[in-house]
Design a protein around this ligand. Sequence first.
Ligand code: UDX
Length: 429
Amino acid sequence: MKITVVGTGYVGLVTGSYFANKGIEVVNLDILPEKITALQKGEIPFYEPGLHDFVKEAIRLGKLTFTTDYKIALKDVDVIFICVGTPSKNSKADLSFIESATISIAENLTRDAIIVGKSTIPIGIKDWVVDLINKNKQPDVKIDWVVNPEFLSEGTAVFDMQNPSRVVIGGESSDSLEKVANLYSDLNCPIIKTDVESAILIKYASNSFLATKISFVNNLANIADKLDASITDVVYGLGLDPRIGNKFLKPGIGFGGSCFPKDITAFYTRAEELGLDFNLLKEVERINLLQSETIVTKIVSELGELKGKKITLLGLSFKPETDDLREAPSVKLVKSLLSKGARVFGHDPEALENFKKLNLEIDLSEDVYETCKKSDAIVLVTEWQFYLWLDWERIKSLVKKAFIVDGRNFLDKNKLKESGFLYKGVGVR
Ligand code: UDX
């Protein structure tokens, strides 16, 4: 068995090293030579806990190699995973990377094989992919196409790959479904074999449902705020109903990342193109877009005019344990604060380098105490564990005004209040 994985992002690298660590020969391909050169030296181009060791071990076993050359990658291959990005473009999924990867694979394959789409593929484009393969493949080569959506979360991707809640495989040929299912046979989870569209719908439905839960709880938290109620108690009471559960009901500053925002937009846009509607998701998106503004409102209601005021943001990545800034609420927050004339300062344990590249007018520092000096307000944006252990007495002695907005209801509010901070959370007293 030989596997080729196209793409060296989170999904590609985790998938490739996962199979290689199981003893399967894997070639990981990327069209960017600088990425491949770095990976050959064992350098991972982003921060993802555990991935460095996972990749290193796969290389040490002699099972994982990297290349930019499709001919080398596809020699003697049985299964090819496509793990390239589908970023958002005009509210739709940009399929150009999928298109070029599929064409290159079809053109260069000289033996029968299965192409597995792991990238998130829009609903209702099955025929487009099959046509693309058939138009570009060599006549005597048989290529089957199945989808196998990924459910990896950044920050826990290596763990998730080895401990999934389910594996979903969609395709027409029971032979191919069986072959791909066998790759996961040692996992202790249900393996769902279905048709292509159902598999894709499972992926979109999962992300949309989770995003809906977050917007639901954020909307609820804003109501709790007005009523001076406690969203923490409300969520506790809500989540104890086993039909609802307590997961993905953490109120905050809104969801970000490489999946939820783009997937819900692509889902309702594509549904509209097919003459269907999923307007519920438009509301989920609208609530999410407004949520970072509720944080700004809290700052303004305490400080009044923000012109010249120093606001310090703790945490910039879209969630902890990643340096990813895609759709990060911190970016919206910085832009809004700057537009009101505030001076914005920021700290993050991992994402500073990436944030610098955005060229926003923000002062970034690796020293969290330095960045808090003379602040009029501190905003906890991303719930890195690091911020739990700060010396808040020391910070109180450094700031101009002891005022903290906890955008994730994460910090110990009683301790902060005892230390003399004015504390505002999201839907908490
Ligand atoms: C998500 C899905 O979980 C994963 O299955 C899919 O493959 C890719 O998209 P990811 O984007 O890495 O993974 O992060 P996730 O942990 O799901 O969080 C997404 C966003 O929602 C983050 O901005 C997070 O802060 C926010 N969130 C999450 C909340 O605001 N409240 C919650 O209760 C949970």
